[in-house]
Ligand binder design. Structure first.
Ligand code: FES
Ligand code: FES
Length: 211
């Protein structure tokens, strides 16, 4: 190691050490108590489920969310982490064909479940009709929300077909239709900061056969 590298590392170490010391001092000054060392014991458990047609047997920290297992343990990084608080829909996946926010669900809750992520909806060579429609109608801009939007969109059309009413359904006893207002209401949990909403609704309408 040359002298300049040595002095760079020394400076970095000094900055890191100083930052930690200042943070600890600030905490002590604010609360009057010394920060306790992190002593929460690790609790591991086993879970088995199927993701995109392949079964997985995993052992993990009991606090791990389904989103983190999909992205970090199984490398299905198509599922995105936006807010990590159930507010954006970027992490939407299908569990037993129903959509959920995977950031709000512990992996251990899914023993025996069948999970589908965007990677299981279609492939670049064999697109799902919803994926093809998103491309045709420019249903994405940056694309960050798109995997969640597409998983949700597929589930929304299934919900309507199954006759499940929404907040805007005029008659709870009649089968809902794939109207623009139904699609928008049901997709309202999926946020797109680029504002591709009208194109997404067009893509969904095409797949639903209403345009
Ligand atoms: S990351 Fe799950 S809802 Fe935003
Ligand atoms: S396309 Fe960018 S957030 Fe939706």
């Amino acid at each position: 190691m040359d002298e300049s590298n040595e002095s760079m590392i020394t400076r970095r170490e000094m900055i890191a050490g100083t930052t930690a010391a200042v943070a600890a001092l600030a905490f002590t000054n604010l609360t009057g108590v010394q920060a306790a060392p992190h002593t929460v014991p690790l609790s591991l458990a086993k879970v088995s489920f199927t993701v995109n047609g392949a079964s997985h047997n995993l052992e993990m920290d009991t606090r791990t969310t389904l989103l983190d297992v999909l992205r970090e343990h199984l490398q299905f990084t198509g599922t995105k982490k936006g807010c990590d608080h159930g507010q954006c829909g970027a992490c939407t996946v299908l569990v037993n064909n129903q959509r959920i926010n995977s950031c709000l669900s512990l992996a251990l809750q899914h023993q025996g479940d069948t999970i589908t992520t965007i990677e299981g909806i279609g492939t670049p060579k064999e697109l799902h009709p919803m994926q093809a429609a998103f491309i045709k109608h420019d249903g994405y801009q940056c694309g960050y929300c798109t995997p969640g939007q597409i998983c949700s969109a597929v589930a929304v059309l299934n919900e309507i077909k199954a006759g499940i009413p929404s907040h805007v359904s005029a008659d709870l006893l009649e089968n809902p239709k794939e109207t623009n207002i139904e699609l928008r209401e049901r997709m309202s949990g999926n946020i797109c900061r680029c504002g591709a909403y009208s194109n997404i609704a067009e893509a969904m309408s095409e797949v639903a056969g209403t345009i």
